[in-house]
Each structure stands twice: as C-alpha cells, then as structure tokens.
Design a protein. Structure first.
Lengths: 318, 861
C-alpha cells in the first residue's frame, strides 16, 4: 500500500482475517492507550482527592481557630475559611447553635457567605438571639443568602426602636439586598421620623433600601428626601438622589416630580448632592416633557463651581 | 490509534487549552472595567455583585483609584450593603483613595458595624498606609465606647499589638485605647506590672509593650490617674515605681487644671529608696512649672540637692523650671559646695529664676573655688539683667581667666554706658578673649565709648593701643573728631596711635586730619602726626594737603609731609617727592632721596632724570643716587623715549649720571650716607671711570670697603655684558680685585674682593685660572673657591686648565668640584684617581666658598 501498488486479493483477505472483530479484540489492540488513560484519570483523581483532603484538614483547623475569643484572631481564621470556598464555610453551620454568642455571630457570617438559601432557616432563628451582635450578624447574613422569607422578620427588627442601632442598620442593609417592596412602609416611616445624628448610618441604610423598592410611595419619599428642609443629613440626600437614577416613575406626573426634584437638588449647597443629582438626571427615565428642561439644567450644571458636577453634566449630556 | 490520530488529538487539546487561557486572561482583564461600569450605571444588586467580584480578588482599591465621585459613592454603598467583616476591611483600605467627602462618609459608617468590625479594623491598624490606619482607629475607638462588652472586645483584640515591631502600630493602639479611658487602664497597668516576657513574647516585644502601655496611660489622662496611684506607685519593684513617676510627669503637662492631683504621689516617690524613682519623680515635679511654687514641692526638691548626682541634677533642673526665688539660696549653696554632676543645671536653673536670684549670688561670685565663681558668673550673665551688670563688671578683675572671660563675653552684649570706665580698665587684660570681648563691647556702644577709649590711648601699652584703635576704627566716623583732637596730644604714644586710627578710618577722617596738618597754630608734633595719618590713609585726596605741607613749615614738618606722601603710595605724590630733593634743608633733601630710592610710581624716572640734568649740584647728586637705584632693563630705552634722543644721546646722559655719581663718591664734603648710596649707585650706573673710584675704597679698615667691593663686582659684570666680556673696563675691574686679593693681608677685605670677583660671572675666570699656576699656596683655596662660586661660566676655562701643570690641575679639580654642576661631576668621574681633587684641598676651598656665598646672599651693607 505504501508504495501505491494495488493490493492483491490475497493481501486484502489477509487483512480481513487479522482485523479485530470482537470488543475484547478491540480492547486488546488499544490496551496501551487505555492504560495511559486510566493512569491519567487515576492521577487526577488522586491529586484532587489529596487537595480536597488538605482543604478539609485546613478547614477543620480553621474551625478550631474560629473558636478563640479574640475577635482579631478569629477574623483571620474566617478570612482563610472564605478562601477555601463554600464547603469550608458550611462547616460553620453547627456553630450556629454554639453556646458562646461570639461563635454564633461568626458562624452566621460564614454561613451567609455561602450564598446558599438552604441555610436561611437556621440563620433566621438567630434573629431572636439574646445577643445583639448575633442578631446583627444574622441580619447581615440573611441579605446575602437572598432569603425572601427573612423580609418580614427583618422589617420587624427595623421597626423596633429598642433594638441596638447596629442590628437595625444591618436589617436595613439586608432589606436593600432583598429589594422587598413590603418593607417600604417601615422604611418610609423611619425616614419620616425626625432626623437624629446618632442614627445617621441607619437612615442612610434605609434610604438605600428604599431605592431598591420600585413603588410609587418609595419614589415619592425619595423625592421628598432631596429637600434640605426635610433632610439635614447630606449623605441621605445624596443617596436619595443617587437612588432616583433607577427609579421607574409610575406615571408622567410622578416622572415630572422626580425630574423637578433632581433639578432642584442640582442647586443644593452640598456638592455631593449636586453631583448625585446631575448623575441621576442623566440616567433616570423621565417623561418626554421633561426632556428640554433637564437638558437646560444639565447645560447650566456645566458651569458649576465643583469639578465633579461639571464632569457629571458632561457625561450626562454625551 | 495510529500516530496521525494521536497527533491530531494532541493538537486539538493544546489549541483548546490555549483558547481557554486566552479567554480566561481576557475575562480577568475586563473584570475591573466591567465592574466599574456596573458600579457607575447599575442598580444596588448589580453594584453589590460588582463589588463582590472585586472583593473576592482583592482589587477594590486598585479599581477605585482616580474614579469619578459617583463611582466611589456606589462602591462605598455596595461595600456597606455587603456588610461582612471582609467588606469592612476593604472599605477601610479604600478610604485613603477616596475623595474627602466620600472618605469621611465611609469612615463614619465603619463604626456602625459594631463588634463585627473589630477584627477587620484591627487588621487595618497594621496596614502600612497611614490613611488606612487612621480610618480604622477612630471607628474602633467608637465601637469600644458603645458598651462595656464591646469595649472589652476591642481591648482584647488590640492589646496583643502593644508589642508590635512597627511604632505606628503601637501608636494606633494608644489612639484606640486612650479614648476608652478607665476600662482600658487595667490592661495597660497589667502590662507594666509584668515582670518578664510571656512564653510567646520576645524581650524586645516585651519592652515595646511596656513602652506602649506607658504611652497609653499618659494619653488617657485623668482616668489613668487612679490606677497608676493605686497599682504602680505602691509596687514593690523599683522600675515600676520609676515608670509611674515618669508617666505622672508626662501627664502634668496634659492635665492642665488637674495637675495638682499628681503631686501627692510624686512627693511620695521623690523619697523612694530607689534612686531612679527619685530622679524621675524630681524631674516630674519640674513639669509643674510655676504651679510648683508650693512649699512642700520646693522643700522636697531642695532636699534632693544632697542626693546623688543624677537625682541632684534632676532636682536642680526642676527647681529651675519652677523658678521660685526662694530656692535660689539653696541652689547657690549647692553650686559652691556640692555641685558635682549638676554644674550646668545649676547655672541654667539660676538663670531661669532670673534677677530675683541675684541677691543670693554673692557667696558664689566670691567663692574661693574659681570654677564656682565661673559658674556663678555664667549664671548672672545668662540672666541678661541690668541689675547683674555691676556683678559682671566686678568679675572683670577676677584672678581666674575663665571668670573674666565669662564676664567680658557677657558684657560684650550687655554693657551699657554706665560701666564704660570699668570696661576700659579691662582693655589691658592679658587674656585675648577678655580684651577682644571688651573691644567688641565698645564697638557696640558706639559714640559714648569714644572718649574713654581715647583716654586709654595714652596707656603706653601697644597691645592696649591696638585694641583701642581697632575699636575706634570700628566705631567709625563718630570717633573722628576725638581722634583728630588726640593728634594734638602732648603724649607721643597717643599721637602715634591716633594717626594709626585716622589712617585706618580713611576718607571720613580726611578733612579733620588735613585741618590739623594745615593748622599753623598746632604743634609740629601734632602736624607731623597728621601727616602720618594722611599717609596711612593711602587716599589720592591726601596728596594735596601733604604736598602743601611739604612746601611750607618747619623742616621737621616738611620731612613728615614727605614721609606721608610716600606712605600714600599714590602716583600724584611723585612730583612733590622729587621736588623735595631740592629742599633747602639737607635733612629734608636726604629724606626725599631716601624715599625715592624705592619709589617707582608715576613719572618718577622722568622727573629724576630731569633733576639730574638741571638744577644745582646737591639736588643733581640726590636725583642721581635715586635714579641709580631704579636701574631696570627698560631704563635706557626710557631715557631715549623720554627725551626723544638717539641711543648715543642716551648714552651721553648715562655717562653724565655716572659722572655725577663718581663725583659724589669722591667728594669728601658729602656725608657718609651719600658716599655709601652713591657707591651702591655706581654698581648700576657706573662706567669705566667708576672702577678706579671704587678701587680707592678697597683699603683695609675702610668702612665702605665692602660696599665698594660689591659695587665693583656688580659694575664689572655689567661692563663685561655691555662689551660681550672683552671690554677693557671690565678687565680693569678684574685686575683691581685680583690685586686686592693677592696683596691684602686683611682677611675681610680679601673676602670682599673674592665675593666681588664671583659676582662678575665668567669675566675673571681666565685670569683666575692663570693664577692657579702662579699664585702662592695660601691663595689657592681662594682662587678655587672664587671659580667655584662663579659656577658654570668658569667651567670652560677651568677644565682647559686641566691640561696644564700638575699643581694647577689639582686645584682646578677642586674648582670643578665646587662648581658642582652635572657637567663638572661627569668630568670629575672621568678623571683618574691620581688627578681627583684632594680631600684636604677641597675642605680648605669649601670653607672659603661657604664664606663667599654667605656674603653674596647679603644685601649691600
């Protein structure tokens, strides 16, 4: 064959006689290749198995390190466990029922980092924990677990003025992650209460949470928060302006209100509010009737004293 | 499977792996831009997801660098939403990169996480970036202040960092714990009470932890007082008590109104059995400053003045800081009797108390120990008080140099007009530091010091006069009137130095000085001093008044004016100087001549030549002598150029000059000085006739023989050069000198003749080498020495002489040896041993040679 001459019938017959016919015959012929494949597969399995064992051993060790009282040393162990992945983080589940409150809190954080909603019920129980740090950790974790069932308990926590600020603030932050419309009335009520500088972080978190709620009332409240007379905290006004960028006004009238409120906020004394207002005005979906007006306002913003206001206006007009 | 198939599969796998890598790399590269896009444009969930991706890869800080404000806000918001401890750490680490408003918001929000934030914030406290550390410290302190449990958690987390290597970490620990106050104090106290490092702690870490604990207690202020007093002060360990004293001392400054609270424990510690404790306590009490002016505190510190040196020094320093006048006597007594190890501190302390301590300084200022007196004087000096001046002035007469130096140095800056007289007396001090300082004091005092300084000019002490003059010239124009008046003093010393001063002052003093010179009512001495002063000024403007004075007044005045003119070194003075040659008074004329001998400014030679060619004989002679001393290569052309004459005419004038000099020398009516100067002049301006004139002086016992001989040597050399060595005049000079050499029995005269011959270069060489054959033996060393002194020009003749008779060969070899140049040495080396110079002959000739060279090195006698 190699020399190009046609095979004789005898040669063809010879080849047919030598060709493997059964499976065992085929396997025999490819044994060397099969052996090589098996060796490779075994090697990969061994390596994976060893590394899995190592990870497991490290996770076990870190779980022990987690149980020291020193918050800093425990944090270092938590960081390493996060680096080992969800399987290592899930080892903290039993610690949700630990006797020491600091262990329960750390466990809640680790379990929250898994992102697996399956763990939500166990964490949900910790919202009633006697220790405030544990409740705050549980509130934080529930937002990351995406637990829809946690909305109502978190809303209840938010409402309770007797709860420590860190707990209520964690609850508000998680509600933002859960983007729950049911929380809107509580959030609005909180924001409508007189502003207390001690609760600044709580009000800021509530503003962010309200921004994830696509309801008419939420938009109205956010619009109202842009007024300095109404909201003295610059950060809250800034967050409200920023949240309106993704507002979906239900009707044209509300859209006009949003547009006017943002344009009004572009004259705020605080530059951060003006920056957020300009940036949001460039992103929010406003009625066509506001088009000319908003363009004119953005043009005017190009002459603002603050550099970032001018930059935001340039970007919005592009 | 055949090879082709295997190869194909391999290629497929490799290409797949490469593509996967490329896709992965692309995904990684686009991670940050995509995340930033979502942060800027996305909703909360998208922003959180973007930040989470960046957080997982630790790229938050990198991504937020130089991003727009709205992106920064979105990033901070997303991190807050995540709310985990890792997100808190990422948030704190981005604070330095954020714009100020966003950074402030982020920092304020960090505290809202409560205890969950402790771990990450403690991690951030150890960050190398100061901005991150600062962002973490504030919130950590706030969390600690929220509740006792949170406070305990913060304290527990932060305490292990007390022994950290990096000082910024330890500073952060202090910044976090100090605001926590009383709950944190026990931890610091416990660390300070620790006796040795713990099992997992190095010695260095232990030391650092203790230092950090001390700093923390200091920063805590009032809340730390009670724990310190209850736990540290009563400790059985000396180092702990010493630390307590140190901390209390540091706190005094910080406590302001509450400072008195630290006094009782310090009063307890200052009597401690441990010296280090007593020292620290003594130092600490000083921090009270004026608030420490309490009897119990002063008594406690004063008691320490009897303690060992270290404690004593600390107590002294503290007494100085407290600055109570009532402690001055004790300090003074310590200075006198017990100052070892605290001398400097005692001085500073007394200075700090100030003039109030002066009444107590007496015993120290007059103590027997000079060192005590010196220290006491330093203390008074440092007070800078007018009341102390009499004490300092009194010290100017102290027997110890050191005391007087201190006093003088202080008075240099502090002296007032009231102590001028006393200062003036110190001008005569033997110590340069003292009188220099006094001089500077006078300069600073200015005009008021002029009169006392002038009064000291009559001291008769040149050093004092120099110092006074320096001071007056430094004072400047205000001193001129007094100095000008001092020119009229009857005291010659005063006049002389007043002239020096006025000369130094220069232009400002010119009018007043010229006025004295022109004042016909002033004494001659005064006017002469004024002339001296004008001369010293070296100003062109001084020439006119001096010229006027050179033409009028007494001979003494005219002489002084001429000397002043010469001192000005101004070309404008030339005419007047030359004019002085024709002065009617011989002394004045001679003065002018002497001054003109080395005067070459202006048209000197032209004017002298004019004087030589016209005028009366005496003036001509003086001018000729002066001109003769101005011999230079350019003179002859100058003569021609000046008069527009030919070289022949110039030669005639040269001959006339020589003739005048010849007649001056031979005129017995002339003074010995004129004779001498004219003889010297002949060396440069003489002619052939001058040889005989000079020869007439070469007689034993003639006081001008040496001058004449030297002159003849120089003249002979000139005459030989003018005639290229063949001139008969030069040979005549040689003959005369050789005659003297051979015939005189006066060794001195012979030496002068020999020296003169050696000055004539090669001219005498032939005659001298002839004499090697004919001269008597005693003369041979002389001839050999002269040839040797002539040097290389005598080489040729001497070596030629080598070919003659044996006797002359030997002495010629000696000459060659004395010539000593390389050619001569090579010549000698080629000689056979029998013809080499004999040692005895060499020594004899060498002795004469040395004498000739010594005379040659001298100037004209």
């Amino acid at each position: 064959m190699g020399d190009g001459e046609p095979s004789t019938h005898a040669q063809i017959a010879e080849r047919k006689r030598n060709r493997p016919t059964g499976i065992s015959e085929r396997i025999r012929v490819n044994r060397k290749t099969l052996t090589n494949i098996i060796i490779v597969v075994v090697l990969v399995a061994v390596v994976w198995g060893v590394s899995a064992l190592q990870r497991s051993a490290r996770a076990t060790g870190l779980t022990k390190d987690l149980q020291v009282q020193d918050d800093y040393q425990a944090y270092r162990a938590m960081r390493k466990m996060n680096g080992l992945g969800a399987a290592a983080q899930a080892r903290a589940v039993p610690l949700l029922k630990a006797a020491e409150p600091y262990l329960r809190a750390r466990a809640a954080i680790l379990v929250g980092n898994t992102g697996n909603p399956r763990h939500a019920p166990a964490v949900l129980e910790l919202l009633q924990d006697p220790d405030a740090t544990v409740r705050a950790a549980a509130a934080t974790a529930l937002g990351r677990l995406g637990a829809g069932a946690a909305v109502q308990p978190l809303t209840a926590l938010l409402q309770q003025a007797t709860q420590p600020l860190e707990v209520r603030t964690a609850a508000a932050r998680s509600l933002a992650l859960l983007a729950a419309p049911e929380a809107a009335p509580v959030l609005i009520a909180l924001l409508q209460a007189p502003s207390d500088p001690q609760e600044a972080a709580l009000r800021q978190a509530a503003t962010i949470a309200l921004g994830t709620v696509k309801s008419k009332e939420a938009v109205e409240e956010l619009t109202a928060l842009l007024q300095p007379d109404r909201e003295p905290d610059v950060v809250v006004r800034t967050l409200a302006a920023e949240a309106l960028a993704h507002a979906a006004p239900a009707e044209e009238r509300q859209g006009m209100q949003v547009g006017e409120a943002l344009i009004g906020a572009m004259r705020d004394e605080a530059s951060e509010v003006r920056i957020a207002a300009v940036h949001s005005l460039g992103m929010v979906a406003l009625p066509a009737a506001m088009g000319e007006r908003s363009r004119a306002a953005l043009e005017e913003a190009r002459n603002d004293d603050e550099y970032w206001v001018r930059e935001a206006a340039e970007e919005a007009l592009r | 499977m055949d090879d082709t198939t295997r190869r194909q599969i391999t290629w497929v796998l490799m290409i797949t792996a490469a593509l996967a890598l490329i896709v992965y790399a692309g995904a990684q590269r686009s991670l940050v831009p995509n995340a930033l896009e979502e942060l800027a444009q996305g909703n909360v969930a998208q922003q959180v997801a973007a930040i989470q991706k960046l957080t997982n890869r630790g790229k938050v800080a990198e991504a937020l660098k130089e991003q727009p404000r709205w992106t920064q806000m979105a990033a901070v918001k997303a991190l807050l939403e995540i709310g985990t401890p890792e997100a808190v750490q990422q948030l704190a680490e981005t604070v330095p990169l954020l714009d100020e408003p966003v950074g402030k918001w982020a920092t304020d929000a960090l505290a809202s996480f409560g205890r969950l934030a402790i771990g990450p914030l403690v991690e951030c406290m150890q960050n190398k970036d100061e901005g991150v550390r600062t962002a973490a410290q504030g919130p950590l302190a706030k969390i600690g202040a929220t509740s006792p449990e949170d406070g305990a958690a913060v304290i527990a987390a932060v305490t292990p960092l007390m022994g950290a290597y990096d000082d910024y970490v330890r500073a952060g620990v202090t910044a976090v714990l100090a605001p926590l106050g009383a709950p944190a104090a026990p931890v610091a106290i416990r660390v300070l009470l620790q006796q040795q490092p713990s099992l997992d702690q190095t010695s260095a870490a232990f030391t650092r932890a203790q230092s950090c604990a001390a700093e923390t207690l200091v920063a805590m202020k009032e809340p730390a007082l009670e724990p310190i007093i209850k736990k540290l002060v009563p400790s059985k360990r000396e180092n702990v008590r010493a630390t307590a004293a140190l901390i209390l001392g540091r706190m005094v400054e910080l406590l302001e109104l509450q400072a008195p609270q630290v006094v009782p424990p310090l009063l307890q510690l200052i009597t401690d059995s441990g010296w280090s404790v007593r020292r620290r306590a003594a130092s600490a009490l000083g921090e009270l400053g004026e608030k420490g002016q309490k009897p119990e505190i002063l008594a406690a510190l004063t008691a320490r003045l009897q303690d060992i040196a270290e404690v004593k020094a600390a107590a002294v320093k503290s007494l100085g800081l407290i600055a109570s006048p009532s402690s001055a006597p004790a300090l003074v007594q310590t200075l006198v009797a017990n100052r070892e190890g605290a001398g400097r501190e005692l001085v500073l302390a007394l200075q700090s108390i100030g003039p109030a301590a002066l009444p107590a300084m007496g015993p120290a200022l007059v103590a027997a120990d000079p060192e005590a007196r010196e220290l006491a004087t330093k203390a008074v000096a440092g007070m800078n008080a007018p009341e102390g001046m009499p004490l300092l002035v009194a010290r100017l007469s102290d027997s110890a140099d050191g005391v007087r130096r201190v006093a003088a140095t202080a008075l240099e800056a502090q002296a007032t007009a009231g102590v001028i007289d006393a200062l003036a007396r110190a001008l005569g001090d033997s110590d340069p530091v003292v009188y220099s300082a006094v001089q500077r004091a006078f300069i600073r005092l200015g005009q008021v010091a002029v009169a006392p300084l002038i009064a000291r000019l009559s001291s008769g002490d040149p050093r004092v006069a120099l110092v006074v003059t320096n001071a007056l010239t430094s004072i400047g124009p205000p001193a001129v009137p007094a100095l000008a008046e001092a020119l009229r003093s009857s005291n010659a010393f005063t006049r002389d130095w007043a002239a020096v001063g006025l000369g130094e002052l220069g232009r400002p003093a010119l009018p007043a000085t010229a006025a004295v010179l022109a004042d016909t009512g002033a004494t001659g001495e005064a006017r002469a001093a004024a002339a001296d002063a004008l001369g010293r000024s070296q100003l062109p403007a001084a020439v006119a008044p001096l010229t006027a004075a050179a033409g009028a007044g007494s001979p003494a005045l005219r002489q002084a004016a001429l000397q002043g003119l010469a001192a000005t070194r101004q070309p404008e003075a030339t005419e007047a100087l030359v004019k002085g040659l024709v002065d009617a008074d011989p002394a004045v004329g001679m003065t002018a001549m002497r001054l003109l001998l080395d005067w070459q400014l202006g048209d000197t030679d032209k004017l002298l030549t004019s004087a030589v060619t016209s005028g009366e004989e005496t003036a001509k002679r003086r001018a000729a002598v002066a001109l003769a001393f101005h011999e230079s290569p350019g003179t002859t052309p100058l003569l021609g150029a000046l008069f527009g004459t030919t070289a022949a005419a110039a030669g005639e004038q040269r001959a006339e000059l020589a003739s005048i000099l010849n007649s001056t020398v031979t005129d017995p009516a002339e003074s010995a000085e004129m004779h001498r100067l004219a003889l010297i002049g002949l060396a440069y301006r003489g002619n052939g006739e001058s040889v005989e004139v000079l020869n007439s002086f070469l007689t034993p016992g003639n006081p001008l023989a040496a001058t004449a001989a030297r002159a003849m040597g120089i003249l002979g050399g000139r005459l030989a050069r003018q005639s290229d060595g063949t001139g008969t005049e030069a040979q005549a000079a040689v003959a005369k000198l050789i005659q003297v050499l051979e015939q005189t029995s006066d060794d001195g005269l012979r030496l002068q003749a020999a020296t003169a011959l050696s000055l004539m270069q090669g001219t005498p060489a032939l005659e001298l080498t002839k004499r090697l054959n004919t001269a008597e033996e005693p003369l041979m060393p002389w001839i050999a020495a002269i040839l040797g002194a002539i040097g290389k020009p005598a080489n040729e003749e001497t070596m030629r002489e080598r070919g003659r008779e044996q006797a002359s060969k030997s002495w010629a070899a000696v000459s060659i040896y004395l010539i000593g140049d390389p050619e001569s040495m090579k010549f000698l080396q080629r000689l056979p041993d029998s013809e080499r110079p004999e040692q005895a002959r060499v020594e004899a000739a060498q002795a004469v040679y040395d004498r000739i060279m010594k005379v040659r090195a001298q100037a004209f006698v």
